[in-house]
Design a protein around this ligand. Structure first.
Ligand code: GLY
Ligand code: MN
Length: 461
């Protein structure tokens, strides 16, 4: 945990932003995997971590904005628990770590909420993503579990998003610690990949790094010779000479801050001419995008710039044609680059996505597009100092999508389908880095992981 001062300050800022009301912030509980005592890896809720820090299941935080008071609730371990789990800090001790004096048993939460309802006070809570917490809120507030999120507090979401979006120096240091783990994961994969071994032999080892150096993966590792599937979690392919391997993986620091890096490289250590050409287009688009990042620039414009570089590159290779600007405004490039350029990064790998992506990446000035491709852009609004975003363009040859668009004669003025046919077994390429916005520009976070063609080939062989 950070020092208690960090959490006290964060809660004070939130109280000022909200001005009034009772703010409910539940932590997460352990979730059974196949029987009650055999649980999934416990992951604390990120908003709870942000304001209270305690990485322990079964806690409930309350911030009282009317009475300037913070409270932490949970049940102390009894001797029966201690036999199995060892001595655990008391709720009082956990409260002390986050600068909270008022602590109590979990059943006190119901009393406080009842009292607030009786007094006609406003109760705020964030959207709940877990079934367990939806059921708990259903009981606490007397509403149906499936309707809990209908009562989410939009002012509360906006206050939390505005606060968590700007990363402090101690948060940046944590992201960089997660990136140190990414460096090991990616360079190991590049050193180790070779024809004749299974993807899982690499993914299993790099997942191990996330646990030996940090708090585990920041999301399930995507490591596949089928990079055309954007989130491919299957690791059962035998790698062959001529394959490209996409490694999109990340770790959590000991304080649960995330990294998210993608590299694509040839399994046998040498790009073919065809692979090198497409790789260079993706790299050019990523470098051009990063280059323009600074406060005041809309991330949607950065995304569109990356799309234009991709379109121009593919036109150069004869896969696309026509006017580049027109092709991008019509969304023709999305056959090859169907996803957004990136997302915020912090305590969550898609930071605050659980609070609602549109509250994080869009606002009154910039609304989400409905166009295929652009609609998947998770973050579009203006960049501000302290924001951390991923920059992850890619080019993919997705046979089913190519067949569909071709059969619909979609964007034939911009897409040379007869040439595209020759790339249907190509796979996909994505390159991703994590970028901090600073006062006058940006800083690519973490130790550089090879991405220039020459450097990638060198480390792979
Ligand atoms: N790294 C996976 C994603 O950004 O969705
Ligand atoms: Mn990402």
């Amino acid at each position: 945990m950070f020092s208690s001062k960090t959490y006290i300050q964060r809660r004070n800022i939130l109280r000022k932003k909200m001005k009034s009301g009772l703010l409910l912030i539940p932590g997460n509980v352990e979730i059974p995997m196949n029987y009650p005592a055999n649980t999934y890896r416990f992951r604390q809720d990120s908003t709870f971590l942000y304001y209270f820090g305690n990485d322990v299941p079964g806690l409930f935080g309350i911030i009282d904005a009317d009475n300037n008071e913070d409270m932490l609730f949970g049940n102390d371990f009894e001797v029966d628990d201690i036999i199995w789990m060892g001595n655990q800090p008391t709720i009082k001790a956990l409260g002390g770590k986050s600068g909270i004096r008022k602590t109590g048993n979990l059943n006190k939460v119901q009393e406080i909420i009842k009292d607030a309802i009786n007094k006609g006070r406003v109760i705020h809570f964030l959207p709940q993503y877990s079934a367990e917490n939806k059921i708990m809120f259903s009981k606490l507030l007397g509403i149906k579990a499936e309707a809990v999120n209908d009562y989410k507090s939009v002012p509360f979401i906006k206050a939390v998003v505005s606060q968590r979006s700007v990363k402090s120096n101690e948060e940046i240091r944590e992201i960089e610690k997660a990136l140190d783990i990414s460096y090991e994961m990616h360079t190991y994969a590049m050193f180790t990949a070779r024809p004749g071994i299974y993807e899982r032999e690499i993914s299993g080892t790099i997942d191990g790094f996330t646990y030996s150096m940090g708090k585990g993966n920041s999301f399930p590792t995507i490591l596949s010779v089928h990079g055309e599937t954007l989130h491919n979690h299957h690791h059962g392919n035998l790698m062959k000479s001529g394959n490209l391997l996409v490694n999109d993986s990340g770790a959590e620091s000991l304080e649960h801050y995330a990294s998210d890096i993608t590299r694509t490289f040839p399994v046998n250590g040498k790009f073919t001419q065809k692979q090198k050409e497409i790789y260079q287009v993706v790299l050019d688009s990523q470098l051009a995008a990063i280059d323009t990042m600074k406060p005041g620039v809309k991330y949607r414009d950065v995304h569109l710039l990356a799309a234009k570089v991709i379109t121009a590159g593919l036109k150069n290779l004869g896969l696309m044609r026509g006017d580049v600007k027109e092709a991008v405004s019509n969304g023709a490039h999305a056959l090859f680059f169907p996803h957004g350029l990136g997302h915020m990064l912090g305590l969550d790998v898609h930071d605050m996505e659980g609070l609602g992506e549109n509250y994080v990446g869009y606002n009154d000035k910039i609304k989400r597009s409905t166009q295929f491709g652009l609609a998947y852009l998770r973050f579009a609004k203006e960049l501000e100092p302290g924001f951390v975003l991923t920059v992850e363009p890619g080019i993919y040859f997705i046979p089913q999508l190519i067949d569909l668009w071709k059969s619909e004669k979609k964007h034939t003025e911009f897409i040379n389908y007869s040439k595209v046919e020759k790339y249907k077994d190509f796979g996909g390429i994505r390159i991703e880095d994590d970028v901090l916005i600073i006062q006058n520009g940006h800083r690519v976070l973490g130790k550089a992981i090879p991405k220039l063609v020459h450097d990638v080939e060198e480390i792979c062989t």
